[in-house]
Design a protein around this ligand. Structure first.
Ligand code: FMN
Length: 458
């Protein structure tokens, strides 16, 4: 009996290992990348265009912590468990992991990282492990569909590990969710073992939710003509990640949704999924270079701290930054301020985000004065996992092109949510440096956290 049990355990063990390293041939083909104008919650960076991708192999699972540790000897994840997806890894670490695994398995590493990580060269013909391109990721996630999700039914908490209280399209029905096909469900607040739900039609587990997945591409506008195996812009300040994570709302799980973060930043809801080339992979090299971000005070211009705060926490962080740097500081005020009452402001902010309202700013900055600044240190509270709409008004009212934005955010547990991506979408020509997220007021650690963050951006 004991022997039988041991045999059973061994079989399960082997099956689990085999499952974790399964790669699926994604046959390649031509598809419409992006989303139609009619898709709820799309944004302008999802321009629909035709893309052809060559065949490639994609892991059925996100890389687990066990797999990561076996290669790197480390585990940076916020939630720990061998079978949980690795997270809290930077894009640069993800790329180094691909190379190290390739070496370990006798494959040719595909990336060359030089210039302190600023230049990354991808040998497209090499047979090693790599990150998917955005196009490969979206092609595989869609599995032939053109709808917002690979399933006709909007995913809920029984299908995907995400912020289950907020399924897709809850926003327009926020005050009457009985009309929703997919009802709000559980929010687990953590990652789950990879493969906990049914896979997409092509056998990919957790392609939505659990953790977002780093892609190769720099974030930028799509090049839309004759796209075969596109690899994104040659230069930028943010890399794309896709699929949404355990703390993302339903709208940010969509197949077309693009999220972006600095390549040297990490987040507790972003990990990776491996791919490698199939037959007929394109050859040649792709060279990408990180665009230089101006560190405050180093360029010709000055730095300005500008922030919106509803209950004072962001104000406290802004004042600490000002104390340490002496930079000019401006608090944004509204022509029609939000209610002082917490439950009322929750509803007002929800409505404004849903409408993508642009509340009028009482604070005006003289355009000439604005020209003096090349670095904008931008602060806001996390509202509904994104920026408050007054920040959207600011980003659209002033010229951010070529300027560096250093974002800081006060939050109640959701850290940046999708706010960094929201800023990237509204100020596409700005360079975005490393952000600082502060839990509520930041507590006694605030001065040190601010100091370290300012150093990081130097
Ligand atoms: C309208 C509203 C929405 C919020 N949404 C979130 C959220 O999605 N995630 C989160 O972590 N905190 C959320 N919070 C909490 C705030 O981010 C947090 O209290 C922050 O410290 C407030 O900063 P402030 O004092 O500068 O306004 C929300 C607060 C309000 C008022």
């Amino acid at each position: 009996m004991k022997k039988l049990f041991l045999l059973f355990c061994m079989i399960i063990g082997v099956l689990t290992m085999a499952q974790a390293s399964d790669f699926i041939l994604i046959k390649g083909g031509t598809f419409q990348m992006g989303s139609p104008d009619s898709e709820d919650w799309r944004s302008n960076d999802e321009v629909l265009h035709s893309v052809t991708v060559s065949p490639f192999y994609m892991a059925s699972h996100e890389v687990t912590q066990q797999e990561w540790r076996e290669v790197t000897g480390k585990n940076p994840s916020s939630f720990t468990g061998d079978n949980l997806p690795v997270e809290s890894i930077t894009w640069l670490e993800a790329v180094e992991f691909c190379n190290a695994l390739s070496r370990k398995e006798g494959k040719t590493p595909v990336y060359k990282v030089s210039d302190g990580g600023r230049t990354v060269t991808w040998d497209r013909g090499a047979d090693g492990y790599r990150l998917p391109t955005e196009a490969e990721w979206e092609f595989a996630a869609r599995a032939g569909t053109t709808t917002p999700f690979y399933s006709k039914r909007v995913p809920g908490a029984d299908d995907v590990n995400f912020y289950g209280h907020y399924p897709y399209q809850i926003e327009q029905n926020y005050f009457n969710d009985s009309v929703l096909e997919t009802q709000p469900g559980v929010y687990r607040g953590k990652t789950l073992p990879v493969g906990s739900f049914k896979p997409n039609p092509w056998g990919l587990y957790d392609i939505y939710g659990n953790v977002g997945e780093w892609c190769f591409d720099y974030y930028g506008d799509y090049a839309i003509s004759n796209q075969t195996d596109p690899a994104g812009p040659d230069s930028g300040t943010r890399r794309v990640y896709r699929g949404g994570g355990w703390n993302d709302f339903g709208k940010n799980l969509r197949s077309a949704y693009r999220a972006a973060m600095q390549q040297s930043s990490s987040a507790y809801n972003v990990g990776l999924r491996l791919v490698y080339n199939g037959d007929k992979a394109p050859s040649g090299t792709v060279v990408t270079k990180e665009a230089a971000v101006t560190s405050p005070g180093s360029g010709k211009g000055k730095a300005l701290i500008i922030y919106y705060s509803w209950s004072g926490n962001t104000r406290g962080v802004a004042r600490e930054i000002q104390k340490q740097t002496g930079y000019d500081i401006i608090e944004l005020e509204l022509v029609k301020p939000y209610s002082n009452n917490y439950s009322t402001v929750l509803n007002e902010a929800q409505r404004d985000q849903h409408k993508q309202a642009r509340p009028e700013l009482k604070t005006k900055i003289d355009k000439k004065k604005w020209e003096e600044y090349d670095t904008i240190i931008l602060g806001y509270p996390n509202w509904w996992a994104s920026i408050p709409m007054p920040i959207a008004t600011l980003l659209e009212s002033y010229d951010f092109a070529g300027r560096t934005i250093l974002p800081f955010c006060s939050h109640g547990g959701g850290r940046f949510g999708q706010s960094l991506t929201a800023i990237a979408k509204l100020a596409p020509k700005a360079k975005i440096g490393k952000g600082l997220s502060v839990h509520y007021s930041g507590g006694p650690a605030l001065p040190k956290d601010v100091e370290n963050w300012l150093k990081d951006n130097r």
